[in-house]
Design a protein around this ligand. Sequence first.
Ligand code: 5AD
Ligand code: SF4
Length: 461
Amino acid sequence: MATRGNEPFQRSVHIKTYGCQMNVRDSEAIGALLMRHGYRVLTGEEGADVILVNTCSVRGKAEDKALGKLRLVVASKPMRPGRVVGAVGCMVQRLGVDILKHVKGLDFAVGTHRLSTLPAVIEAACEGRGPLVDTGEEESETESLSGHLAGSMSAFVNVLLGCDRRCAYCIVPTVRGREWSRPSENVLREVAALAGQGVREVTLLGQSVMSYGRKNAVWPVDYKSDFGFVEPLPRLLEAVGRIGGIRRIRFTSGHPSGCSEELARSMAMVSGVCDHLHLPVQSGSDAVLKRMRRGYSAEDYLAAVRRLRAAVPTLALTTDVIVGFPGETVDDFEATRRLMDEARFDNSFIFKYSPREGTPAADWTDDVSPEEKLRRNHILLEDQDRRGIELNSACVGSLVEVLVEGPSLRNQERWAGRSSTNKIVIFDPRETVNAGDIVNVLIERVGPQVLYGTVKEVVLS
Ligand code: 5AD
Ligand code: SF4
């Protein structure tokens, strides 16, 4: 407990998160860690004694957003005497002490490997010993970052930290470090604890999650899987599937090289594994894929998709694509459009290439103009809307099992949840259901990314 004068008081913290699911997970773990140190975690920044901004470096725009936010909250400090402001995460790791030049008045900055030092760093900053910057490479104690905040029916669980892939455009290996897989025992203990708190859905996280257990051992040498699995990730899916109360298991992000026969089989055999995979393709042109150093061809990617769909015919696939990578011609781009149609993506996230200092591609001329990147971006989004409607139309008239999340973002009168295929489902009536329920919804109409319908029965409340 902190003291003000001689009076003890409970410090409050607000955490603003940018970036991927891994950052969302880190922010939650930081929140849980700070709670154990006596803090109150606030959902809004008003009144917070400590404001933390968890930053992302993946594209220039992500960094600009975090910097803008940091400058704003630093400017709020005179209105709230005693407030301290800190940055954490990928951008801190990338910039090091230079982050202090970008944000004047910042009290502290902690990189991706040192998050468990935050209680001490914040304490020091509150005592006026700032600015403090810690971007050490040595991993602080990761298990102290396995805590969760109560009250959610769905949780992220880290299984693989870092990334060893070194795709030519990507800053992640620089900011998140070498690949390291958590021992299965620790992951399973965390999931069992979550199940005990009422969590029904877990998403196992790794930048390249299918590399789980490939660089360091995660299973005891004499471990025997009931299904006879020998690969680390299928074994983990099987073991998580045995934990009572966990109804849905997701894992992300995938890489085609990890889509083995055994993984496909485990997705089909382990009850609870969802019918969805996020499998970033990035490009459909072999020349571009090669320059990106993705380690597969368009045909390799499609073969992985066929392998997965042979085992799980109902599988929904989503992807990431970069448009305007250095040297991407109109023919390369058309190859991407063709692959996207062939793979029948249920949804896709399109990004305009953004050079990241320190990556191999940053040395190549960023030769696709911003206007052309935007044009290609729009075309892929239009293609996706058409494909989304086509694929979703097949759901009309069928019952879809939905894990209820709460009021829909757009219209609070209606409720929303997700299907096993990870589609947003908006439904009526809401009176009969609660967040965390599993219900069957009759689908009546669809949009490119959303299904709409009526609740027919509550499967589990
Ligand atoms: N420029 C644009 N998009 C990028 N991504 C990663 N690095 C870059 C970059 N330099 C995209 C990839 C990745 C997603 C998370 O962000 O598509 O899968
Ligand atoms: Fe952003 Fe990548 Fe860091 Fe996630 S891992 S926050 S996407 S830079």
